[in-house]
Design a binder for this molecule. Structure first.
Ligand code: ACO
Length: 428
């Protein structure tokens, strides 16, 4: 028999079912709390609230474990590819060779965007942040494909999913090309997913673009590491927005905006800006760490801390190693990497960070790799969004299949004025 929890409010005792996940995580099911007691739960930031059952990604923040569909991130990083991981997240199982071949072909087939879509970019200022452009462009996909927007029709969902994965690299690169005044490149479908993205970003019509295999492999790895992270801010946004049964493009566009913030995916750009500022202002790493600890200073050690990981972020370990490998192979000597290593060492030995269990997260070293391969700072978070697409898609699809599906609608504790009468403007 399932465990129960008892809640006593006044003279009433409510028996609440305890539910358990496949990895032993337990939750008290409070769905009848309000109807039976008139009370609601209060949990700003949702640190103690489960919003759904999910079979996509498992995280154990205490032990630094991350698994997609049961597979450890370390194994996927070593052996898999971004498209295979995308398939795994979206369809739930690793594909057979034939399934992977068909999936890859379908993504390849859909890489081009409508010619008219190009004028969408020319309406934007040159200095538009590419995350704003990407969020708008993904939302705008809905205007081009009104025939496949029904989130409850599996065939329409499948085609939208493939279109989104295929077209996002093209759309992201156009945001960048527009900002630097270069012509948009057409996708090159002879190349793999990441190779195509690199030529869209860095190629020009004037010369043949040769994909550097070291860079291609590094980006593929980074995309795998960013592919999902269960109910974080952007995934929860995709679910909440999607719970109104808006189409996939609308829900993902909302997720891209959530990811943009500096406390979430925008941290990777913020990290590199922090490292560059330390270098340019001639600060020592120690001086900056002291600033980050000072309550009267708004600086934070960007790329440090995580709501869930309280021990270490397993993605960071893989990225840090990749960072040294890639920079070594490319022969890049990076002052930014030196500063990052120094900051990490000081912070990990500082009681402020130790006591608060703040460790470097996925964003701490990723920007150093992006910089070394020539990616402009404002495209870092776009790279994150590209990697996170399959996770958002998987979460959105899972939500629609959930027998407990409901539109998301939190409640509140109202603290404003109680009823009062309107006063005409002349009497105020
Ligand atoms: N630098 C300095 N102090 C920090 C940092 C940091 N990076 N992160 C947390 N703290 C301190 C807080 O000031 C707070 O101190 P206090 O208890 O004395 O008030 C304590 O640690 C707890 O911090 P919270 O903000 O309450 O922790 P929370 O779990 O809400 O936030 C977050 C997590 C947003 C990631 C936070 O650690 C942060 O802002 N980090 C920097 C931004 C960053 O790297 N974000 C990327 C996260 S990973 C991702 O989204 C992909």
């Amino acid at each position: 028999m399932a465990d129960t929890a008892e809640l006593r409010i006044g003279d009433k005792t409510l028996s609440l079912e305890v539910i358990e996940g496949s990895e032993g995580e337990r939750a008290i099911d409070i769905r009848k709390l309000r109807s039976e007691t008139g009370h609601i739960s209060f949990d700003p930031g949702y640190g103690n609230s489960g919003s759904c059952r999910s079979a996509v990604t498992f995280i154990d923040g205490e032990q630094g474990i991350l698994r997609y569909r049961g597979y450890p991130i370390e194994q996927l990083a070593e052996h898999s590819s971004f498209l295979e991981v995308s398939y795994l997240l979206i369809y739930g199982e690793l594909p057979s060779a034939q399934q992977l071949g068909q999936f890859t072909e379908s993504i390849r087939y859909h890489t081009m965007i409508h010619e008219d879509f190009k004028s969408f970019y020319s309406a934007m200022p040159k200095d538009a942040h590419p995350m704003a452009a990407c969020a708008a462009a993904v939302g705008a996909l809905g205007t081009f494909y009104p025939d496949s927007l029904d989130p409850l029709d599996p065939r329409q969902v499948e085609i939208s999913v493939h279109r989104l994965l295929a077209k996002f690299p093209t759309m992201a690169s156009y945001a960048y090309k527009h900002s630097i005044g270069q012509p948009f490149m057409y996708p090159d479908n002879t190349k793999d997913y990441v190779g195509n993205f690199l030529q869209l970003m860095f190629g020009t019509p004037c010369e043949q673009y040769e994909v550097n295999p070291t860079i291609e492999k590094a980006i593929d790895l980074l995309l795998i590491l960013h592919a999902d992270h269960e109910q974080n801010c952007s995934a929860s946004t995709v679910r909440l927005c999607g719970s109104s049964q808006v189409n996939l493009f609308g829900a993902i566009s909302a997720g891209i905006n959530a990811l943009w913030g500096p406390l979430h995916g925008g941290a990777n750009q913020a990290v590199i800006e922090m490292l560059a500022a330390i270098r340019d202002e001639g600060l020592t790493a120690k001086q900056f760490v002291d600033r980050a600890k000072d309550r009267n200073d708004t600086s934070r050690l960007m790329g440090f801390g995580h709501r869930v990981y309280r021990n270490f972020d397993p993605r960071m370990k893989i990225i840090k190693k990749a960072c040294f490998d890639v920079l070594g192979q490319l022969g890049v000597n990076s002052k930014l990497l030196e500063i990052a290593v120094e900051l990490e060492e000081i912070a990990l030995n500082d009681p402020y960070f130790v006591e608060r269990r703040l460790y470097p997260n996925v964003d701490f070293y990723s920007g150093v790799i992006y910089t070394a391969i020539g990616t402009p700072d404002n495209m870092f978070t776009v790279m994150f969004a590209l990697g996170r697409l399959p996770g958002w898609i998987a979460q959105w699809m899972e939500m629609h299949d959930d027998p407990d599906f409901k539109i998301g609608r939190p409640r509140q504790i109202y603290t404003g004025a109680t009823e009062r009468d309107y006063v005409p403007v002349g009497q105020r």
